[in-house]
Design a protein around this ligand. Structure first.
Ligand SMILES: [Zn+2]
Length: 181
């Protein structure tokens, strides 16, 4: 950030009085522009023994597979966001179920929140940010072509839980580093 979104004057990075971290502070109107993590909300849409994955048409990780998920909007709840993203990316209608995974990704300032979900029908098709949508059984999951560590970890837990016959909530932190194959 170079200019104040409030008045257009230049901003300076400094620790405001009473604060502990450097912020973008406007030199003219003294507005403090806080930057906080963003929420990524999504779901694992289930259809019988299959799950829906989307192949990304956008960067980052163009061409790789993920569950439907995206940035939460102001004014919506986490499950409304997951529902909307699933509709936008896969033209898929789901009923959102239980909270399944929460991942902190501090180095990119994101928090992932993923739900289980029931796909209501198989009338699915790629949205504008998606190249391809498909229903996968476990043996077909493209593990070496999954876009994000958070999604790979979620799906690994998901199939472990399925084998155990009990879906548990999973929480973790993704550290920086190369994406594991
Ligand atoms: Zn200003």
């Amino acid at each position: 950030m170079k200019f104040c979104s409030n008045c257009g004057a230049p901003v300076t990075i400094k620790v405001p009085p009473g604060d502990t971290l450097p912020r973008h502070v406007c030199d003219a109107c003294h507005a403090i522009h806080y930057q906080n993590p963003r929420m990524v909300v999504g779901c694992i849409p289930e259809w019988e023994d299959r799950i829906l994955l989307c192949r990304r048409a956008i960067e980052p990780r163009h061409g790789l597979w993920t569950v439907p998920a995206g940035y939460m909007e102001n004014g919506e709840t986490t499950f409304q966001g997951a529902l909307r993203e699933t509709l936008e990316e896969a033209n898929a209608r789901v009923e959102i179920g239980s909270l399944y995974a929460l991942y902190n990704i501090p180095h990119i300032h994101q928090v992932y929140i993923l739900f289980r979900a029931r796909l209501l029908d198989t009338d699915i098709s790629p949205g504008a940010e998606t190249l391809e949508v498909r229903l996968f059984v476990e043996s077909e999951i493209p593990w070496d072509r999954i876009a994000f560590a958070s999604v790979r970890s979620t799906l690994t837990h998901y199939y472990d839980d399925r084998r155990d016959g009990e879906y548990r909530f999973h929480m973790g932190t993704i550290e920086p580093g190369p994406v594991k194959a």
